[in-house]
Ligand binder design. Structure first.
Ligand code: ADP
Length: 363
C-alpha cells in the first residue's frame, strides 16, 4: 500500500483506497470520527462513530451514514473550498440528541495553500446532550431556588409596609404580623441551610465517609430530638432497634440529618395516623433503617419524583408545615454518599414507609 505522500499524489483519483495507517489512526481516535473524500464519500469511521450513527457506509456518500443535512453541506463546502466548520445539530433517531461536528479539511502537504481543495475531510463529533441537560438542570435549579426565596421575601416586604402604614398603631395586628414575619424569616434560613447541606453532600458524593458509626444510639438520639415535635402533633414515636451495635461507615451528622428528615416528614405529613415507627435491624450485609407512618400515604404517581429538589405533592401543605421541598433530595444524596439504597413504599390511605439499606461496616 502507498505511503502517505504517494497517497496524497494519487489520492483524489483513487480516493476510496485509503492508506491503512490513516484508517488505523481514525479507528484509534476516541471521539466519533468519519473520514471522507473531498467529494463527501465515506472512507473510514471508528467504533465511536458506529455507536453514534450505526455502521458507516464505506464508499457511499456521507448523507447515507449521517442524516444531518447541515453537516453534509459543511463537509461539501470544506471539500471544495478548504474551510473548516463547527456545526451543531440534532439527531432524532432513536432518541433526540444534540451534537457538534468539527468539519476539518485535511491537507497532506502542510505547505499547500489553504485555498486549495483538501485531500480529505475529517468529521469529529461530540455529544452535547448530557452537557445541555446539566445546563438545563442548573438553570431550573437557580430559577426554583430564587422563586422559593422570593415568596417569603415578598411577604416580608408586604408586612413591613403594613406595619409602617395601616397597622402602625394597632398593637394586636403588629404582634400578629411580627409572628408571621418571624416564620417567614425562619423559612428562608431553613431553605438556605438545606441548600448548603445539599451542595456539601453533593460535592462529597464520590468520597465515601470513613468513620465508623453505630446506628443504635443515633436512632435513639433522633427519636429524642424530635419528641417535642411529636408531642405537638399528638403523635407517638415507637423505636424498635437492636441492642447490639449496628456499625456502618458513615458521617454521623449526615446520617442524623437523613433520619431526622424522614421522621420529621412522617410527623408532618402522617400526623393523622397518630403513630410513627422507627425500626433498625440488620439483614445479611446491610443495616435496614425504616420510618413508617400511618397517615394518608402517597399516591403511586408521585413516588418516583419525591426525591427531586423542590418536588412536593401539595405545595401549600408543605409550606404550611415549614417544608422546603429539599428534605428528600438531601436524604437521597446522603444515602448515595453512604452507598445506601432508599426505597419508598406507600399504600394510599394506609401510610408510607421509607427504607434505607446501608452496607454494614466490615472492619
Ligand atoms: P418538604 O420540605 O416539602 O417536606 P421533602 O423533600 O421532605 O420536602 O418531601 C417532599 C414531599 O413528599 C412533601 O412535600 C410531601 O408532599 C411528600 N411526603 C414526604 N414524606 C411524606 C410522608 N411520610 N407522607 C406523605 N407525604 C410525604
Amino acid at each position: 500500500m502507498s505511503d502517505i505522500s504517494s497517497y496524497a499524489a494519487a489520492g483524489r483519483s483513487r480516493d476510496q483506497d485509503l492508506d491503512p495507517r490513516l484508517a488505523a489512526l481514525v479507528r484509534a481516535y476516541p471521539e466519533p470520527t468519519l473520514l471522507l473524500t473531498p467529494a463527501g464519500v465515506v472512507l473510514a469511521g471508528n467504533a465511536a462513530a458506529e455507536a453514534m450513527l450505526g455502521p458507516a457506509r464505506i464508499g457511499a456518500p456521507v448523507s447515507l451514514t449521517l442524516r444531518a443535512p447541515e453537516v453534509v453541506e459543511a463537509a461539501r463546502d470544506a471539500g471544495i473550498g478548504g474551510a473548516s466548520h463547527l456545526v451543531t445539530f440534532n439527531l432524532r433517531v432513536p432518541v433526540e440528541r444534540s451534537f457538534e461536528a468539527h468539519v476539518l479539511p485535511i491537507r497532506f502537504d502542510s505547505a499547500a495553500q489553504a485555498a486549495r481543495a483538501p485531500d480529505l475531510v475529517m468529521l469529529v463529533f461530540r455529544d452535547l446532550t448530557q452537557a445541555m441537560r446539566v445546563d438545563q438542570m442548573r438553570a431550573d435549579f437557580v430559577a426554583n431556588a430564587s422563586h422559593e426565596l422570593r415568596t417569603p421575601l415578598a411577604s416580608l416586604a408586604g408586612f413591613i409596609d403594613t406595619l409602617r402604614g395601616p397597622a402602625r398603631d394597632d398593637p394586636a395586628m403588629r404582634e400578629k404580623f411580627l409572628h408571621i414575619m418571624g416564620e417567614q424569616a425562619r423559612r428562608m434560613s431553613r431553605l438556605i441551610d438545606d441548600l448548603l447541606s445539599l451542595s456539601r453532600v453533593e460535592m462529597n458524593v464520590h468520597r465515601p465517609p470513613e468513620a465508623a458509626v453505630d446506628l443504635v444510639p443515633l436512632t435513639a438520639h433522633v427519636r429524642d430530638a424530635l419528641s417535642p415535635l411529636a408531642r405537638d402533633r399528638g403523635v407517638e414515636i415507637a423505636l424498635e432497634a437492636l441492642q447490639a451495635p449496628v456499625m456502618v461507615r458513615g458521617e454521623r451528622d449526615d446520617l442524623i440529618r437523613l433520619l431526622e428528615n424522614l421522621v420529621e416528614n412522617a410527623l408532618k405529613y402522617g400526623a393523622s395516623g397518630k403513630r410513627v415507627e422507627i425500626s433498625l435491624k440488620t439483614e445479611g450485609t446491610e443495616a435496614v433503617l425504616s420510618v413508617r407512618d400511618f397517615g394518608p400515604g402517597i399516591a403511586p404517581e408521585h413516588l418516583p419524583r419525591l426525591t427531586e429538589r423542590f418536588y412536593r405533592v401539595d405545595v401549600a401543605h408543605s409550606r404550611e408545615q415549614g417544608g422546603t421541598g429539599l428534605g428528600l433530595a438531601l436524604v437521597k444524596h446522603i444515602a448515595a454518599r453512604h452507598r445506601a439504597r432508599l426505597m419508598i413504599e406507600s399504600e394510599p390511605g394506609k401510610g408510607a414507609v421509607f427504607i434505607v439499606r446501608i452496607p454494614l461496616s466490615t472492619g
